[in-house]
Design a protein around this ligand. Sequence first.
Ligand SMILES: [Fe+2]
Length: 298
Amino acid sequence: MYLKGLSPEITAEQRETEVNILHISDLHFGTRHWEGNDETLLKKLNSYSPDLVVNTGDNTSDSLESEYKDAAQFLNGIDCEQVISIAGNHDKRNMHSHEYFKKYISHSERILPLNPERTDKKYLYLQRDITRLDDHFTDLNYIELINIGSTTVLIICLDSTVLYEDEGYVEKEILKSFSQKIKQLKYDKSLLLIHHSILTMDKEPLRSSFYVTDFVRKHQVKDVFCGHTHRLDLQKSSDLYLKNSFTQYMVGTLSSSNRMGNDNQFLYLENWGTAEMQIHVIKIFLNDGVMTFTEELI
Ligand SMILES: [Fe+2]
């Protein structure tokens, strides 16, 4: 029994681990990369000491190997053990794109479709008889299971991109494979990374968003992170019938805009997934080569 006014002692195991996330997107190394100073940007990112960094695609401008190398060098400069990146439409522009992504950005084992013969995503497989590639499967889907303190976080990395195209499409057979794997895993919290928005329509939308929202609800994923539009858009979606809800964090580009007054940005989620969560929007302005940062708390 505890005396009135005194709380029971909470052990380290019982105490919820504080998880702080940086969300970055659309780095666009190559032709579309900004003229800002990447070292100054890295210093700013590292000043937050995040537990997890999620990077939601468009690492490159044209999927060139040199651009992938530059993106990897930048990402390696982030002072965090867990930097998880996915591909965007600009990262899938040629027949080597998926190979470069695997070589420079993520070496994790990919999720393959359970029934390849039932897939209908365009260019999901390249023609073996006319290319000299080792790997003819172009999708870049994978799962990361990471521990932050006593919290195990499941990160679903879903490839919404279609080779050569800007619009998105998620293969249903891949979602089935994800579901099968997720059922076997134990975790405390989950989040989904996808380049295209699953809630809002832009001029290059995700055509199969219905399947993805269904998947998110089925697995009780509470947080979805995306990029693509280069705009900030934070939305909560509630299903009145199924009685569940999730939040989608869409962040603008980190480092591609050089226009006066047009901001680059990133998000910092302090105490992610708790009642105490605070969302910081950090904007980066570049005027005549001088970088300045502003921070809003929402
Ligand atoms: Fe982009």
